[in-house]
Ligand binder design. Sequence first.
Ligand code: DAH
Length: 340
Amino acid sequence: MKEKIDKIFEDIKQLNAKDLNELEQIRIYYLGKKGVLNALFDEFKTLPPEEKKIYGKQLNDLKNQLQNFINTKKEELESKSQAPTSKIDFSRPAQLFHSSSLHPISIVRNRIINIFARIGYDVAEDIEIEDDWHNFTALNFPPDHPARDMQDTFFIEKNPDIVLRTHTSSVQIRLMEKEKPPIRYIFPGRVYRNEAISSRSHVFFHQIEGLYVDHNVSFADLKDTLEYFAQSLFDKDTKIRLRPSYFPFTEPSAEMDISCNLCGGRGCSFCKNTGWVEILGCGMVHPNVLKNCGIDSDEYTGFAFGLGIERITNLLFSVNDLRLFSENDIKFLHQFSVLD
Ligand code: DAH
């Protein structure tokens, strides 16, 4: 008995199986019903009591060791058989996820809309293919005004009455024809000019127009609104300055400069050492314009302003080539993904 047990203890040290099938053969050989161990247990029953004491524990140890070997080896072989056989290297780093982003023009447009929404302005949009009345005549442009020139304006099918709108001021007319004061709107949109494409000019760009018409609207209201706007969009220390100007649809008219946001007004190459950069045109709505829309100019006054979104985007993000905005270059656009 002793020799048999010792031999199996020795055998266990050498045991190995290259697959589950071989392991099962080993199990049957040692632990199966007719296996070596059961034969030993049968023999054990015939032993005298003093020998049973010695071999009982050894036989149980033997059984446990065999069972352990079978279990551990089985786990090992099973996990191996599940290992991927494909050639894909799962440890390679994942590809970075590129989220999409808003176009910089949309980012700036949305910021401006939000600034005016906070002080009660609604948003309106209207058509881009306009007639002469809404784009020029109702806005008090005289018949011979240079802006009507074919050099500046895209006329459709040589019909001088149909134009691609040259500014969002046309929406002022469309709105005032429909609605009675109080009118308080901003209108963003795309506009078209017959220009040679370069870093500084393009055949289309974007504007935001503002219009406020009510009883007793004054130039002081205009100035206050524009200062709030400039300080909200740039920073709270931004200063504004209004310079007299001329637009047919406003009287008086002005152009607004802000203190240069790059040098803080001290003067740099960007502001040509003046400390100021121009950002918009504005003025009090001309009484003729109110009349053209059926609004009593003795009862109501209003102010209007218009700005180029590209220009503001240039100031905020230092994009100084207009063509970048319409080239759809992902490398350019992706830089704005953190801002929207
Ligand atoms: N329509 C003008 C342009 O395109 C901008 C403008 C100036 C709009 C003065 C206004 C304004 O509403 O009051 O250059």
